[in-house]
Design a protein around this ligand. Structure first.
Ligand code: ADP
Ligand code: MG
Length: 316
C-alpha cells in the first residue's frame, strides 16, 4: 500500500501498489475528493516508501547538494520574509551553509540582515555580473543574493524571452548550488514571472499562513496555481505550512489553527507566535537570534529550524 497526497486539497489516498504498472515512471492521479488531476513521480514515491515515510522527508542525514526551499504564498504581510531570514539565520547557526535568495522588489532581506549589497539577483539574472560579485557574505555560514527595485526590470526581460523564460533563475543558480546545504528563497506577494521562476527552481515549498485573518482562501488559490506548475515541474512539492501570528490569548487564531491542522495535517508545523521582537529586530539589522535570543519568536524559529533540518538536537 502506498499513500498519495493530493497537492491541492492535501487529501491522503491509499493506493494498492499492485494496481500501478511496474514500468510506469510517472502516473497521472485524480483526487477523488477535489477532482484535481496531478502527476505522481512514481520513482521518488517508491524510494520514500522504502524509507518508511510518505509526506515526510526521508533521511536525517545531511544531504549531498542543496535543499532548495521557497517561502511562498500570494498574500503579503503573512511573515514570508521574517520566516525566510530567520530560518536561514537559524540553519546557519546550526552550521549549515545557507544561501538566502531574495526575489522580492522590496529587498527586505538585506535590510533585516543590516546589509546594503551593491549588486544582487538582478545583475545575476541579466548576466551582467557573476555569482562572486552578486552573492555577499551576511553572517558566518550565511550568504545573501539580494533583491530590490531593479528586479521589476528583470521581470520585463524574462517576460519577453521567447522560450525557456521560466528556467531563467534555475540556470543562473545551477553552477553554484553545490556550495550550500540549503538555498532558501523569499518570494514577493502576488503571482508573476519571477514567482513562476522560483517554482521552476525550488523543490520544496514552505507556506507561512497568518492566523490573524481568514487564510484558507488564499491557501486554496495558491495550491491551485501550484497544481498547474506541477504539471510541468514534478519535483516540487509542498513540505511545510507554518502558521504565523499565533496569539494564544485570542480564540479566533486558535480556531483557524485547528482547521488548518485538520486540512493539512501532513504539512503543518508548530505555529510562530505573535511576538513584538520579531517586528522590532529588522530596524536594528538583526535576526531574532541576535536581537532577542530568549524571546518566543527566537524559540519558535529554532523549533522550525529543527523541523526543516530534521534534527531535534540542533540549537538546544
Ligand atoms: N510572528 C510575528 N509577530 C509579530 N510581528 C511579525 C511576526 N512575523 C512578522 N512580523 C512583522 O509583520 C510584518 C510583515 O511580515 P513580513 O515577514 O514582512 O511578511 P511578508 O514577507 O509575507 O510580506 C513585518 O513588519 C514583520 O516584522
Ligand atoms: Mg516579504
Amino acid at each position: 500500500m502506498i499513500v498519495i497526497v493530493c497537492p491541492r486539497c492535501a487529501r491522503r489516498h491509499k493506493v494498492n501498489r499492485d494496481r500501478i504498472p511496474t514500468r510506469a515512471k510517472t502516473i497521472i492521479a485524480r483526487c477523488k475528493a477535489c477532482g484535481n488531476k496531478f502527476p505522481v513521480d512514481f520513482a521518488s514515491l517508491k524510494s520514500r516508501e522504502d524509507a518508511g515515510a510518505d509526506a515526510a522527508p526521508a533521511s536525517k542525514k545531511r544531504q549531498t547538494g542543496a535543499r532548495k526551499i521557497c517561502v511562498s504564498i500570494s498574500k503579503g504581510g503573512v511573515g514570508k520574509t521574517t520566516t525566510a531570514v530567520n530560518l536561514s539565520a537559524g540553519l546557519a547557526l546550526a552550521n549549515y551553509r545557507v544561501l538566502l535568495v531574495d526575489t522580492d522588489t522590496q529587498g527586505q532581506s538585506a535590510y533585516i540582515l543590516g546589509k546594503k549589497p551593491q549588486a544582487g539577483l538582478t545583475e545575476l539574472l541579466t548576466g551582467e555580473l557573476g555569482p562572486d560579485e552578486t552573492i555577499i557574505s551576511a553572517r558566518k555560514n550565511l550568504w545573501l543574493l539580494g533583491g530590490g527595485k531593479s528586479l521589476a526590470g528583470v521581470k520585463r526581460i524574462i517576460d519577453k524571452k521567447s522560450f525557456g523564460a521560466e528556467w531563467t533563475l534555475a540556470e543562473s543558480l545551477k553552477n553554484i548550488e553545490n556550495k550550500y546545504d540549503f538555498i532558501i528563497i523569499d518570494t514577493s506577494p502576488g503571482w508573476d514571472q519571477l514567482t513562476v521562476n522560483v517554482l521552476f527552481y525550488a523543490t520544496e515549498i514552505l507556506i507561512p499562513v497568518a492566523l490573524e485573518v481568514m487564510p484558507l482562501h488564499g491557501l486554496a488559490q495558491f495550491m491551485k496555481s501550484l497544481g498547474s506548475i506541477q504539471k510541468y515541474r514534478q519535483d516540487i512539492s509542498l513540505k511545510y505550512i507554518v502558521p504565523t501570528f499565533m496569539d494564544t490569548r485570542v480564540r479566533a487564531p486558535q480556531q483557524i489553527f485547528i482547521t488548518l491542522k485538520k486540512l493539512y495535517k501532513d504539512y503543518i508545523c508548530k505555529p510562530i507566535r505573535y511576538n513584538e521582537s520579531l517586528s522590532e529586530a529588522p530596524s536594528f539589522g538583526k535576526t531574532i537570534f541576535e536581537f532577542a535570543p530568549g524571546c518566543s519568536g527566537a524559540v519558535d524559529y529554532r523549533e522550525l529550524v529543527r523541523k526543516v533540518a530534521m534534527d531535534d538536537t540542533l540549537l538546544r
